[in-house]
Design a protein around this ligand. Sequence first.
Ligand code: ATP
Ligand code: MG
Ligand code: MG
Length: 548
Amino acid sequence: EKNAPSNFIRNIVIEDLKTGKYDQIITRFPPEPNGYLHIGHAKSIVLNFELADEFNGKTNLRFDDTNPLKEDKEFVEAIKEDVKWLGYEWDGLFFASNYFEEMYNRAVLLIKKGLAYVDDLSAEEIRETRGTLTEPGKESPYRNRSIEENLDLFERMRKGEFKDGEKVLRAKIDMASPNLNMRDPVLYRIAHATHHNTGDKWCIYPMYDFAHPIEDAIEGVSHSLCTLEFEDHRPLYDWVVRECEMENTPKQIEFAKLNLSNTIMGKRYIKQLVEQNIIDGWDDPRIPTISGLRRRGYTAESIRNFIREIGVAKSNSTVDYQMLEHFVREDLKLKAPRTMAILRPLKVVITNYPEDQVEMLEAENNSENPEMGTRMIPFSREIYIEQDDFMENPPKKYHRLYPGNEVRLKHAYFIKCNEVIKDEKGNVIELHCTYDPETKSGTGFTGRKVKGTIHWVEAKHAIPAEFRLYEPLILEEEQQEGGSFLENINPNSLEVLQGFVEPNMKEAKPQDKFQFFRHGYFNVDPKYTTDEKKVFNRIVSLKSSFVI
Ligand code: ATP
Ligand code: MG
Ligand code: MG
């Protein structure tokens, strides 16, 4: 595997260890369990785990579960599975919800210090009085409640005496701060909702900006890595750590999010696609969730290598999807057995081949990796070839099959097309060819040359198979946050074909990966494959013009 090149965060870590600011590196990956992980999260996972690992530190998996309305156990389990599958082992497994009591106590401390107050303004009123970049905010009329009153009201908020939205707890910082995040941010809100972990124990829940620094500090996190949009929240992060008198002082560092071309990334957008049945669940092979990529056939190694290659920087950019494809091709090139599959079958009868004869031919499993050995494949009088490997009236430079032309069948013989059979509508339904026994593959025949080699599958022993070919789900290359991606859904993002694979594919198991000669890399679909029929997802075609 590739090593990650250095980056500005690694440099900060090296410096902090040198100066003794921290004596151990502790990072965390902090997903909110409100959806499945996507490749953007993989960037955060690789960064956090590999950084700590390099310096003998630790990485926690911490569920940032402070919003009961959107979170669910299903997501907790899926996230754990995906992190493990990507190849990482966490040190501690934590839930923000396990710290609710401690967070509550810290909030009480802020009230006692005169640094937090209960506000009766509605969410709407708070937004309206927040001011703008050029205008200071307006102080709430409830801002100067006494400490005693605030303590009483906050306790009654916890007891459930108020309805959702009736009251909030706000930090008392500075309504004129040039940083809007410092204008008395909300710390707690009321939500009468059942939480996946704490049930109905709580009806007030901490906001991200209050909860996150406390979670980090409780766990002794040294470097708290998050994405750029939290840069202006850093003063608040530091304020919470300081004013809540946390023992540890974690350092927040921001890095650029991963954006990929021709796809949609944010959980809430993917959720919309799932809920509107536009895609086949969170593991649809067309979306870049970790489970979707896995079902498509991406390997964990290819994802890790991709993330290492894109690196970590401080400015946002969009990475070409083809780069991800490049890494899975690289990974599978020497690992995936190469076999023949017919995606759009056309029957060929070899009229001079004896009728009940079947012979076995030897075929290499990977021409670039002889260690993968060979297999035996049947050959007989009837075979399938691809429909587009035949043309009745070919253009110049078409070297595949056409009336009178001879081609090589991969691993087998030369065949020549003599007769074209059509149905009443004039569609070609069968070809009659003859073969030349002298031209058998591997015998060193040099008598004459052909320009085309095509693949095939022997008809009697072929196994029916379904092939799923994908195009980008989103037609627009760059997806704007909050843009109307639903209008840019590619209606041709999935094409389903019925064809055949070689008989030895009977043993193929879900998630096994193959290179189908000339068609690309395919994965056995774990959801739709049955004992009767195998379903193959095309991971990626063979060639790309993309170079890194
Ligand atoms: P989404 O917008 O998809 O819901 P999120 O940031 O809300 O993502 P979280 O579960 O809160 O999702 O994220 C867990 C961690 O993953 C956070 O530290 C977050 O910064 C990081 N992360 C999320 N998306 C990306 C991305 N596209 N690139 C890099 N890191 C990301
Ligand atoms: Mg989120
Ligand atoms: Mg988000």
